[in-house]
Structure formats: C-alpha cells, structure tokens
Design a protein around this ligand. Structure first.
Ligand code: FAD
Length: 535
C-alpha cells in the first residue's frame, strides 16, 4: 500500500496550498482527485470556443489568493517557478441601464473624488480595524488563536468598541450602504459584490462582507495569473512533487479508513488504498464526509445528524463568450473596456429583488450580470484585437420552479433547453450595453447549475460556494454550529475546503489553517521553547 505523511481528498486550492505548505516542511503528500484535472474550481481551458482563446471555465479572479497567508509563504517558490501575477488599477465597475457607469479604482484619492468623503471615512475607519476584520477570516476561531484574536480586539477597542464592532459584523449591506451614501449609483457599484460572498444585500453579515471586499478591491485590485489559473496549479503541484509527493487524477476516494478512532488510510473507488501516517484532509462537503466517506459507526450519530442539516445556497450559471473584436460599451465610458469585473444591474434594489426571486425558486427577471473581462488584465488570453467574456449569474434557483419574467417554461430542473434560453435572455440584455456583442461573438459555452453540480460534488445544486454562507452557517458556525472548525470527531482527520471556515474563494484559508495546525510542534516542545534561554 502506498504510504504518505498526509493524504488529501480532492485537489481544490485548499488541498494544493495546504499540501504545498506541508511539503515545504518535508512532509510527503498525496493528493487524490476524482476528476481528470487538478485544481477543482481552477480549470483553464485552451480553445474552449476557438483556437487562441484561453478561458477560465470556473474561477477566474485571484485577489483572495494574492492577499492570502498561504501565498505570502509560498510566493518565493512560486516566483521561482514562473507563476506571475498581472493586475489592474481599475478592478470593478457597474454599468447601469441608462448607459451610465460607476468605477472603483485602486487609488484612495480617485475613489474619494468619485464616491465622496464617506469613502475616505469608511476606508480609514475600516483600516483601523482591519487586522481584526481580516483576522476573523484568517484565524481558527474555536482555538487558542481565536481566543487571542478576541483578547486583542478587546484591548484595542475596549468593551463598548467591541460590542459596536460585533454589531457591525451582523449588519446588512443595505443598511451599511444606505447609511453611508445617499447616492444610489454608489450602492449599485458596491452591492453586487455581496453576491461574491454567497450572500444577498439584505442578509445579516452582508454589510461586513461588503466592507471587507470594498476595501480589499482598493488595496489589492483584481490580479490574475498570467496565462491562467493552471499556472498556479502547476506551481503548487511542483512544490508537492519536489518533496516526494504525488498528485493523482481520476482517483475517487470512496472511504476514509479509521482504525481505533484514527484516520489511517483512504480507499479508492478502484479498490486501491493509500496510507496516511499523520493526517487525512478531506476537501469535501459535510454531506459527503459524514454521509459517505466515513462508515456508519465511525462518527457519533449527532455529527451525522448535523451534517444532514447542512444547507446549500443558490445556484450559479457560467456563460463563456469569445469575441472577434474588443467590446464597445455603450455610454462612452472608455474605462469599461479596461475593467476586469463589470456588474450590469440597475442597482441595490435590483440585486435584492433577484436574490429574493432565486431564493423563492424563480429565474430572476433582471439578474445581476457579472461580466468578467480577463483580457483587460492578461492580453495573452486571446488573439490580438479579440476578447473574452466570462459571465457569471449568481442568483439562480437550484431547482427552477418558475420564471419571474413569466417567459420561460420551467419544470423544476435545469434542462439544456432552459439553460440556453436563459443564457439568451442574459446575452440579449448584455447586448444593450456592449454594442458590438451580437455581431462579433464567435461562439459560446454555457454551464447551468446542473452542469456545475455534475462537474464537482462540492457544488450541490450548482452552489459554487460549497454551502450556504448565511451567518448561522458561517464564521464561528462553519461548517456546522455543532462541529465548527477543521478538526473532526475522528483523530487525524481534518475537514477543509469551501464548506469550512473561512469559507469559499481562492484564499486557501482552510488548507492553510489545517496545515499550520499539523506543523505546530507538540505541546511539550512548545512549552519547553517558552522557558528562559530557549529560542
Ligand atoms: C464557477 C465558479 C467561479 C468562481 N469564481 C471565483 C473567483 O473568480 N475568485 C475566487 O476567489 N473564487 C471563485 N470561486 C470560488 C472558489 O473558486 C472556490 O470556493 C474554491 O476554489 C474552492 O476550493 P476548494 O479547495 O474548496 O475545493 P474545490 O475547488 O471544490 O475542489 C475540490 C475537489 O475535490 C474533488 N473531490 C470531491 N470529492 C472527492 C472524492 N471523494 N475523491 C476525490 N476527489 C474528490 C472534486 O472533484 C474537486 O476537484 C468560484 C467558484 C466557481 C465554481
């Protein structure tokens, strides 16, 4: 039986980054992936639509990765391996139905000029609390480090300040936006970003997430790896292999083997087994972990019960277009062709309405179109003078039971006909904004929530965030209030991935936290190192 120090189930960013960190410390790591590619939500495809065009089939934007603790530690190796990031000074914009637009830049002065003094005030205020705010998202909360973060926040803000900060974490984006700005165009510029945290603008904690993202956009821009996310995957895989590790595709794990209460190996669907002498890390949903991978009787029934109650969020659709020309955005704001993520929406109320319609099982009448333009940052992705649109629709029901616009027939499932008809509606609307869209489109590929679910078992119902990010299932309560954090009832088995804290995105937070925990010296050694005279 092959034997490694750590075995990862699944090859998403949390596994690759966690595996690379362990490998850097001399661990032999094995990554087992059921699909025929490594990277999970990172999948770069050359020629998806036409030769010379490089598309990101799923995730595209890497600000969470370049701002992550994992990247900070792995950057020297990744630089050496040629993983290069490109960035922009204009990360995002919103295009409104009347042809006007609002743009956010990476300059505090420019943003203050565009959005008024409230921008500078809220940015300064947020930065005063940034270490705690980012700390919440980068710390194992139910642990001594979580306690230390709480103590630091207490000494920094005082009792009242801490209560006030807690209140701000709970608030909705609607409340934060409308209390901070009168201008509805500013609401329309910032509100769509709440969707990228799996929330809607009226949900608890969406105000906090909106502030974190708004500030992060100014601070970090919208970086992408030159040539596509595949470069990052290859870089992380090289680090793992250089330390004697292995990464296998088409290797589905069907059982985590437990002996005397400890995870010791995994069994693959083809019957092969791989031994893990120090840890198994499962980058899967709680549904899969407790419902399938662990045999009945290996975990207490309450844990299985809690996992059965894990909720999934809205579905998502991806539309990929290749264009033979650069886009001509209506309204004359030439900056829009330089912005990697343009949201097309009438504003805050429209985002709220579309989220509500999706939550009620309806196809939204006027969805928020996330119009990604990767070539605006990385010109190597398409032949000179041509263009790619990476379009995301994050307000979709997993099982459509009606159409809020009253146009499309739905039967509770995503058929190919429904997928293409809904994509037509979106592309037609986008054509009102990009004047040469219809005439210059070379081809398109659409993925419905059902297609996404088929591609990765972590995207149940097309939920690209691995489980609802509502507050009662997030932060202190992720993945489940009864079992938060990354430890599991089985010794040596750690739960990582988007379903776990700090949730989805390319920040690799859970892989990082689990790797750090495994690399921590044992308690006696830690205590000894604190004695006077010891380093
Ligand atoms: C369409 C889409 C667009 C997105 N866009 C962005 C973006 O631009 N920026 C951003 O920061 N985030 C984005 N996200 C979110 C982000 O990409 C994900 O949250 C993140 O990549 C999830 O990483 P992960 O480590 O949890 O694992 P995943 O990427 O979910 O990978 C898990 C892997 O485990 C494998 N697996 C599952 N079960 C088994 C098993 N039993 N045996 C073997 N293998 C198994 C799966 O096949 C999968 O490959 C997007 C997500 C999607 C889907």
């Amino acid at each position: 039986m092959a034997r490694f120090d750590a075995v990862f189930v699944g090859s998403g960013i949390n596994s690759l980054a966690g595996g690379a960190l362990l490998a850097k410390s001399g661990w032999r790591v094995c990554i087992l992936e059921r699909a025929d590619w490594l990277g999970g939500a990172i999948k770069t495809v050359d020629g998806l639509i036409a030769p010379g065009f490089t598309h990101e089939l799923y995730s595209s934007w890497h600000p969470l990765w370049t701002g992550s603790a994992a990247y900070a530690e792995l950057k020297p190796e990744l630089d050496r391996l040629g993983v290069e990031y490109l960035n922009t000074a204009l990360p995002t914009a919103t295009a409104f139905p009347d042809g006007s637009s609002a743009v956010l830049s990476t300059s505090l002065e420019a943003n203050t000029a565009a959005l008024g003094e409230p921008w500078a005030r809220q940015f300064e205020d947020f930065m005063g609390k940034a270490d705690v705010a980012f700390g919440v998202l980068g710390t194992e909360l139910w642990s001594p480090s979580g306690l230390a973060l709480g103590r630091r926040a207490y000494s920094q803000f005082g009792r009242r300040g801490l209560v006030e900060f807690g209140g701000r974490v709970l608030g909705s984006a609607r409340d934060w936006l409308t209390e901070t700005w009168e201008d509805e165009r500013t609401h329309g510029l910032l509100a769509p970003w709440v969707l990228h945290t799996g929330l809607g603008p009226d949900q608890a904690s969406s105000g906090f997430m909106n502030q974190v993202i708004a500030c992060a956009l100014q601070l970090g821009g919208m970086p992408v790896p030159k040539g596509g996310g595949i470069r990052l995957v290859e870089g992380l895989a090289s680090i793992i292999r250089a330390a004697g590790g292995e990464l296998r595709t088409e290797a589905e794990v069907e059982r985590i083997l437990v002996s005397d209460g400890r995870a010791t190996a995994v069994r693959l669907a083809d019957g092969d087994a791989v031994k893990a002498s120090r840890a198994v890390l499962a980058n899967v949903t709680p549904t899969q972990l407790y419902g399938h991978l662990l045999a009945e009787g290996e975990v207490p029934e309450p844990a299985r019960e809690a996992a059965r109650g894990f909720r999934y969020g809205r579905g998502e659709m991806q539309i990929h277009l290749a264009m033979s020309e650069l886009p001509r955005w209506r309204g004359g704001d030439e900056r829009l062709a330089r912005v990697p993520v343009v949201h097309v929406t009438p504003g805050l109320d429209a985002v709220s309405r579309a989220v509500n319609e999706a939550d009620r099982g309806l196809l939204p009448a006027e969805a928020t179109i996330v119009c990604g333009q990767p070539v605006a940052v990385d010109s190597s992705r398409a032949p000179r003078g041509s263009w790619i649109l990476w379009i995301q629709l994050q307000e979709l029901p997993p099982r459509p039971k009606g159409d809020a616009a009253g146009e499309l027939d739905t039967a509770g499932i995503w058929t190919e006909e429904l997928r293409e008809a809904y994509a037509d509606r979106i592309v037609d609307r986008l054509g009102d904004h990009i004047e040469n869209l219809a005439a210059t489109t070379i081809g398109r590929v659409v993925l419905s929530p059902a297609d996404l679910e088929a591609a990765n078992p972590n995207w149940v119902g097309g939920d690209i965030y691995g489980g609802s990010c509502a507050l009662d299932q997030n932060l202190l309560w992720r993945p489940m209030p009864a079992m938060p954090g990354h430890a599991t009832p089985v010794d040596g088995l750690f739960h990582i991935g988007a379903s776990t804290h700090p949730g989805p995105g390319l920040g690799a937070g859970s892989g990082y936290l689990a790797a750090k925990r495994l690399l921590r010296p044992p308690l006696p050694k830690r205590l000894l190192s604190k004695l006077p005279g010891r380093a």
